[in-house]
Design a protein around this ligand. Structure first.
Ligand SMILES: *[C@@H]1O[C@H](CO)[C@@H](O)[C@H](O)[C@H]1NC(C)=O
Length: 377
């Protein structure tokens, strides 16, 4: 009996130690909620954990938020049925918090899914794949959180009808096959998603979108990863401000992590596990503050972290790209240009970057997490 007790005690001590260890190796966002074993009861805690330019997502919590569970993986882009993702994300009025029935769910969207303002899509506790069909669109919305989804295999779609926030059904042009697109949207937090193998981009922030935090995502097996700023002419993107933090890029990625036009990006504490053309690209006078990232080149021929894009385009000469505290392995080369830049964070956005040496461990759980009720996630 005594031996049994001793065994139990040492087992609890071991558990305690390993929990401590997990907590201490979490980044500032994860540390805020992942060690809470009641995360599934107090789901709203998540939205006070965001940092960076999206700030805290306070508007997405409180008594007035409608809880909605997705139980039906089917999709009707015009008349979505209650129980489907599209019904909760586009049609249901008010502030909405969407979760998914536990287990595996595969949703093939027949047309892009238009997410309305004040919506949280929370994949924790389920294994949710938005795959093989259209992607997710945020158009002229604000206060949106997308957390814990796997989005992959998104394909170009022909024109068709689709319901928009507010309930109007509109004709939709053909879509290119992006996983997640932000158009003219602000205050958006994209956290802990796994994005891969889509026909076009994995994440686009365009048409004057701003105040966005992209954190803890895992982007892999893809060509054009993240586009910030739609085209050279779109000067509204000068006000675009995006934080890219604690993400894992790679393996098997080619370019745009991100590619930025016009605006400002703070790229901090990300893990770059190889790339082919370049990691960070810019044109049209954007400002990039690269801080505390770990860049591991895959081959000597793919060692340039930075690229002014398109190469040889005179208008793109003037970009400001500054590296501070980044770590370079396997011959990775970062070319700094322009004047020194710093994050213009206010006290609601600020967080301290960790050293690049900690990035590998702080991004090891990037992507959608597997969380179970009653246990730390
Ligand atoms: C890397 O950058 C340098 C100068 O910045 C350039 O001369 C070289 O061609 C680039 N290498 C590749 C493979 O693009």
């Amino acid at each position: 009996n005594a031996a049994e007790n001793l065994k139990r005690t040492s087992f609890s001590i071991l558990l305690l130690l390993s929990t401590r260890h997990v907590t201490s190796s979490m980044n500032v966002i994860d540390r805020c909620w992942r060690d809470q074993s009641n995360w599934d009861i107090d789901r709203q805690r998540l939205v006070v954990c965001s940092v960076g330019l999206a700030r805290k997502m306070q508007q997405n919590r409180g008594r007035g938020v409608t809880a909605y569970t997705v139980t039906d993986p089917s999709d009707d882009p015009v008349r979505p049925k209650p129980g489907t993702l599209r019904y909760g994300a586009t049609v249901l009025p008010g502030r909405v918090w969407i979760t998914f029935q536990p287990g595996n769910m595969h949703i093939r969207l027949a047309q892009p899914l238009f997410v309305k303002s004040f919506t949280v899509i929370d994949g924790r506790g389920a294994d949710v794949h938005v795959a093989g069909g259209a992607g997710i669109v945020l158009y002229e919305v604000s206060n949106v959180v997308i957390h814990g989804l796997h989005v992959h295999g998104v394909r170009a779609q022909p024109p068709g009808q689709v319901v928009r926030p507010g309930g109007a059904v509109q004709n939709m042009d053909a879509s290119a096959g992006d996983a997640i697109r932000l158009l003219s949207s602000s205050k958006v937090w994209i956290d802990h998603n796994t994005l891969a193998r889509c026909e076009d981009g994995l994440l686009d922030v365009t048409l004057g979108s701003t105040d966005v935090t992209v954190s803890n995502n895992w982007f892999h097996d893809h060509d054009k990863v993240m586009l910030l700023g739609h085209n050279d002419q779109h000067v509204a993107d000068r006000r675009m401000r995006v934080t890219v933090a604690f993400n894992r890029f790679g393996p098997n990625v080619n370019q745009r992590m991100p590619r930025i036009r016009h605006g400002y990006a703070h790229v901090v504490n990300n893990f770059y596990d190889g790339w082919r053309e370049y990691a960070i690209g810019g044109s049209m006078g954007p400002t990039v503050k690269s801080q505390g990232n770990l860049f591991i080149a895959s081959t000597p021929d793919s060692a340039n972290v930075t690229r002014r894009t398109p190469v040889g385009h005179a208008a793109g000469k003037d970009w400001h790209c500054h590296s501070s505290g980044d770590s370079f392995e396997n011959g990775a080369v970062f070319k700094q240009t322009g004047s020194r830049v710093r994050p213009n964070y206010n006290r609601h956005q600020a967080f301290s970057a960790v050293s690049a040496g900690e990035v590998r461990s702080l991004t090891k759980d990037a992507g959608a997490l597997r969380c179970f009720p009653g246990a730390a996630c």
